[in-house]
Design a binder for this molecule. Sequence first.
Ligand SMILES: Nc1ncnc2c1ncn2[C@@H]1O[C@H](COP(=O)(O)OP(=O)(O)O)[C@@H](O)[C@H]1O
Ligand SMILES: CC(C)(COP(=O)(O)O)[C@@H](O)C(=O)NCCC(=O)O
Length: 387
Amino acid sequence: MLPAESRAPMPHLAIDIGGSLIKLVYYSRNGDWLPEDNKIWSSKESLGVSNGEGNHPLSEGRLHFAKFETSKINDCIEFIRSKQLHVGGQHHEVPSKNKIIIKATGGGAFKFTDLFKEKLGIVLDKEDEMDCLVAGANFLLKAVQREAFFYMDGQKQFVQIDHKDLYPYLLVNIGSGVSMIKVDGDGKFERVSGTSVGGGTFWGLGRLLTKCQSFDELLELSHVGNNRVIDMLVGDIYGGTDYAKIGLSSTNIASSFGKAISVDKELEDYQPEDISRSLLRMISNNIGQIAYLNALRYGLKRIFFGGFFIRGHAYTMDTISVAVHYWSKGEAQAMFLRHEGFLGALGAFASYERHGFDDLTAHQLAQLCPRRESCSEGILICVHGRK
Ligand SMILES: Nc1ncnc2c1ncn2[C@@H]1O[C@H](COP(=O)(O)OP(=O)(O)O)[C@@H](O)[C@H]1O
Ligand SMILES: CC(C)(COP(=O)(O)O)[C@@H](O)C(=O)NCCC(=O)O
């Protein structure tokens, strides 16, 4: 840790460099630099900021979110440079004795340390990925209204979380791989499980099998696909009937991709949309099942799913919800987060001590952010920090 006097001014940028995607969270005060809309932005959000301790009036600002494919890290670096995000949007020279330190998490914070130093002169101050995921999730769940929701029958049903009754819960982060974390409080958690069959598996296998050029294309294909063309159902094995004795209906999937064993068909004989749908269902189902088993193992009632694999995608959320419901025999329900992909980046942002995110309460939010209802895109937060 560098002595305070040798550090540059608060940069207002944090970065999460994952196996698939880079996520940025950055802040601007109202009246500062407000970058124009950019198609890679996921959302723009308002942020109320106190200008010190106690009951000072608030000034307002915005939190911005952006993501890039990790394979296109140079685009991300160019974006940071063009907006001068690493120096808080100030287009001025940073005195050479000052080091620009940016909070960074994810494996790429280690892998790309030298690249950031070389291209932007930034020192990445590494924060542990699990710490950040948990800090980001706790922050969202405690401070942001309408953040968590159930997904049922094609509808989001938002839940008001009583933040005094939040813990314990299971956080399932579906990124390239999947981490399952039992969260007991702020900074109190244990990574209890994980699986390598995650978002990277869907996109990687999906790309190979369908020749799709983008994740979104693969996801869109799954909308119109029919998994029964490829999945082997109980009915396929049992001559169209249920296997009622063990509680399996004829329409249950007995074996994902099981029909592809047919010697009469090659990959070209299957439609890409059907492959995409089977794959999405297989992976979502599997994660939902493992998540529930871990919740059961630790007696956790609440399971929150995050990570960019979900992408607010109806079929993904529906499959995970059904899996949790099915395996728990209706005892547990999956919940999702509106800012699903930005947990780690938000956690890294929150780790700038001077922001004091931990002091947030929903009550404070209601008092300090009267315009929250008008903020259609999501977070309206108040932080204790300097201007
Ligand atoms: N534009 C995209 N490009 C690649 N993958 C995407 C995209 N959007 C969503 N995804 C999915 O999100 C996953 C990455 O999720 P994320 O939470 O960012 O994890 P990581 O930190 O490992 O990059 C990918 O593996 C893929 O399944
Ligand atoms: C190694 C990781 C923590 C990296 O995080 P990611 O970039 O996937 O979000 C994650 O991919 C993971 O938890 N994989 C599962 C490994 C396992 O439990 O077997």
